[in-house]
Design a protein around this ligand. Sequence first.
Ligand code: GTP
Length: 368
Amino acid sequence: MKAIILAGGPGTRLRPLTCTRPKLLMPIANRALLDWTFERLSWAGVSEVVLAVNYMAESLRRYFGRERYGVKVKYSVEPRAMGTGGPVKLSEKLIKLEEEETLLIMNGDIWCDLEFSVLEAAHRRNVSRGAVTTITLYEVKDVSRFGVVELKPDGRIAAFHEKPSGRVKSRLINAGVYASTSQIFSYIEPRRTSMELEVFPRLASEKRLYGFQHKGEWGDVGKFEDYLKVNFKVAEALAGEKPRVEGSAEYNSTVKLVPPVILGDGVKLGSGSRIGPNAILGCNVKVGENCQISNSVVFDGVEMEGDCLVKGSILGEEVLLGREAKITGGSVIGDLSIIAPKVKLSRKVYVCPRKEVNKPALGPKRIV
Ligand code: GTP
């Protein structure tokens, strides 16, 4: 099996954090989002991955190099944004598929515990019935943000509706992971084009599109709410009822850790602090006395003085919080920003990287 991963979007909904890193390097439980995927690809015996890159391509190239977890990595660099289909077509010349070899195509901003070998086996069965592509499907309550499929009892997709505005009966959405034969390339034109709006509807109308339902964990990391949700889900799975300490951490018995909690290597927690539930602290985070951190992700190298509160928020790399600063309600602080003592930022205040914030703010608001 070989794979093409779409990795070139600008990730505008995750700004300010994607001002300084591509979305696919955002940490999920202290590990880059795409590393989780690479590991699973390697377990499934995938030999080669083409990363279709555009925005911050050089960061991805530097991070993943030529091989990751034993999987060979190639890069397809686009001259301009080409949607979700164009990059796949452009990657064709870098991928040499053996006769009947399966090609995985996926959105890079998905976190899931899908076993790719199980998807491949389902796809091979579908190919014998005429499939070109098998889409991984996931059941959700609100389908309006996704591509929704109508599935026949034999697993064939009868229709594909991208982000439906009206009522649809199905709850099965496109999970952004596809298994294909090499014939998929002949369905995509070499221009800016959309798999969801152009390629899949055509394959469905030709009865060559099938579905495979994934029943494990799945989440796309498109918005901050989703990003936090995926982090907490993974933290719960990894850490469960005990705090997970990665390497060494320093704290005394006055610190209360309320699981799920993940502490990166070199974390220091001041006396009387309360960490969790749902707190993920990166490497070398330093927390002063009597701080409280819950439902939040704190990136590497953050430092906060005493009596700070961080709730339902995200602090980018090496952010500094002055004494009694309060960051709450889905606020997001860009890398290297400094929040002055006693400043309160609540309700979706987004601070650009390297800003110094000296006044309180109530969002929704961007501090640029
Ligand atoms: P937003 O700007 O917040 O919508 O995020 P995004 O840029 O990542 O777009 P979206 O969430 O629709 O992207 C889904 C997947 O496709 C992600 O893995 C993106 O990296 C990828 N993607 C989106 N546009 C492009 C593109 O033009 N080229 C490539 N190679 N990948 C893309």
